[in-house]
Design a protein around this ligand. Sequence first.
Ligand code: NI
Length: 151
Amino acid sequence: MELSLYDRHRFDEFWTVIDGIDPAHLDVIQAPEIWSIADVIDHLVDAETQSYVRLRSALYDLSSIIPNHDENRWQASTRPHYSHAHARSLIDGIRQANHDLLATLDAAALERTGMHTTAGPVSVRQLFQIYDDHVGTHLWQVHRLLANITS
Ligand code: NI
């Protein structure tokens, strides 16, 4: 019931920024180890889809194991980028679903935990907080990438 834990509109500012970017700039790779803006969008889809599974596993699985997601290996793969529209529909849909889930949870549910394979036990409350904060770091990253591309 602590709806302040998780803002389903947290991505609004991110999408506004992405909407304003010249599409030619999305794929620019500035150095081998630096993500493009398209990579950042892919990473956010990965994270949000995992939030969906992690929250529900911690809540409902008898013994919840949360596999680590090696984001650099995922980004180094040759998979296709999400289109902006597809990324947005996935992320916005998941955030609405997670928000609706949170609205049904009592205090005891928020303290349930899953076992992350590298970070150790993580509670449902912590998961909501992690995914409420996450896009902020990457919005800052996009601003920095853009500043380098356009300077
Ligand atoms: Ni991240």
